[in-house]
Design a protein around this ligand. Sequence first.
Ligand code: COA
Length: 260
Amino acid sequence: MEFQNLLITNKGRIQYITINRESKLNALNKATLAELHAAFTEAFNNKEVGGIIITGAGPKAFVAGADISEFADLDIEGGKQLSRTGHSEVFDVIANGNKPVIAAVNGFALGGGLELAMACHIRIASDNAKMGLPEVTLGLMPGYGGTQRLNQLVGKGKALEMILTADMITAAEALQYGLVTHVVTADELLPKAEEILSKILTRAPLAIAAAIRCVNAAYTDGVNGYETEIEEFGKSFGTKDFKEGVAAFLEKRKADFKGE
Ligand code: COA
């Protein structure tokens, strides 16, 4: 599929999805959200892709938020629809993906941009990155998962402080709060993301997918995460990857997992 707002590049089994609206600081307009839905759906279904790194074009922004210029004409129903569609088509698709997704936060990650990073499985940042949920400055509040995922990552107190003050935090603060797991220079950002993802890609793919499902189950209402773990743990004994992993250990060699 041809994209107007995304760049897709493949490096081995790593797929880069780069949001490419640099002149608008990569703000998420409806067209970009629709393309993200298509790109992630394709990546999760493509056997050649092992994992995804998402980042923003240019040196300044990961994503500076939802595109505010598209907000002006929305009414209550329109706002609700925008949020619901975003959740189901993009943010939940990424969070529930069967392959690891790393957000390489290369600058401003604000509003929907931070929410996008938080939907990813792992976040790392460049030392110039700034993160925040400034929606209340617009008379709005976060609508793409910010009031839920930020609490999960940094705890209720810090989440409420960030959401209510609308303050941006630095990459160093984000590291301290657990919002990102590494901070490196801008030049080191993508190599670091590749290093983490490459390591994950040497592990058993079905076990990786199952682990993502189990961790997500801990945050899903009405789902007993322990039960999910028991089921998924059991299922892993039925995979070829399990047999290969154990055989490789006993034969003192590296496992060659096929995702079967
Ligand atoms: N939606 C739409 N356009 C946006 C945008 C957004 N969220 N964020 C930035 N842009 C656009 C600006 O309108 C500007 O476009 P223009 O050159 O056509 O006027 C361009 O991106 C560059 O942004 P600018 O504001 O000039 O850059 P800056 O360095 O002065 O400020 C920010 C950077 C991130 C502080 C500022 O752009 C900003 O506050 N953005 C909005 C952040 C926000 O509230 N996000 C949450 C939305 S729910």
